[in-house]
Design a protein. Sequence first.
Length: 116
Amino acid sequence: MAFEAIGKLHEVYPEQQVTEKFRKREFVLEMQDGMYQQYIKFQMTQDRCTALDGFNKGDDVKVSFNLTGRPSTTKNGDTVYYTNLNAWRIDRAEQRPKDVPDMRQPSVSDIDEVPF
């Protein structure tokens, strides 16, 4: 599943060599959710780890990512589930002056209720 998120780069962690053949780099995106700030952790893997090199904490970015999940069995035989937000692209977000309202028309998916 592919998604996009826009927010401010809150943290960028160093690259981790998890196994001989697998490496990842995590980062946190600060997003506004109504009155509250949300801090969402993403990861980039393998060759995509270097995509974060041109960005700094505080940058406004747009992240394209996939939502993945997998089960795993513990030593006790219990099943646990892991969810990952695997980013595959990061771009600078459009800069719009804060005093200029967003005049774009809402898409059908942005409308909660039908007016009739």
